[in-house]
Design a protein around this ligand. Sequence first.
Ligand code: CUA
Length: 298
Amino acid sequence: MSGASSYSGLVDQAFWFILGSSVILLLGITAVLIYFIMKYSRANNPKPAQIEGSKRLELLWTILPTILVMVMFYYGWAGFKVMRDIPEDAMEVVVNARMWSWSFEYPNGVQSSELYVPTGKPISLKLRSSDVIHSFFVPDFRLKEDCMPGRENKAWFETVRDGEFTIFCAEYCGEQHSQMLSKVVSVPPVEFDDWLKKNTGPISPEKLLSIKGCVACHTSDGTPLVGPSYKGLLGRTETVLTDGELREIVVDEEYIRKSILDPNADLVEGFSALMPPMKGQITDEEINTLIEYFKTLK
Ligand code: CUA
């Protein structure tokens, strides 16, 4: 099973070398062990002998493992260096991780919930998180890098063939960690340009909810999930927890706006404070689009 990124071969090389040496050592040591058990058993040696040690053997079992470990280091380093050296001409994509979804932002402002890339072109990733630690993991690329709140990590890759490659979250991040999936879609560069062009401009509210990760916890059909549903939201009376005290409010545009930017200020009774504040992650225009959409969900 070969990888789908330009450097996956280097990672595999290090892996197979270490695995291969380990298997050979395991078999060799087991064989010697069995041989010694028989050779030095009490039955064969009724009288114990004093063995003084051997310089030649001691040198041998110091030098050989050192060489072996240095070769392992070389393979590991060779792969690691390539993965850390981001090509200058790489296209920059911002990866936003949050409980429990991924979204991607392209240099021209296009946003998506799946990572479209042109095959054979280097893509550099700026990895961010808006709540807890997540880990961006694409096994096909042999790529795994943490997304940390409050700092930006970097990574890059270049696909070697068209296809779809699953993105996992590899850091346990709560209830729906196992559902925090997306995919890299690698297409010929011409097709990618078309995709980018097609997705430029205003985003539909449904797509916005998916890109911003809302749909992981909220529904539009009245079913409460991790958070309340959007259905019949405006004008609804809710009991909310504000500064440790319960109070009744009527949901209006102002409440929705505040609850997106600072969700835990007025927390609806019966739900946990799990939503990350969206301040700085959503524009006023996008919030207005969502509010207009919520009005239609009667
Ligand atoms: Cu995000 Cu696990």
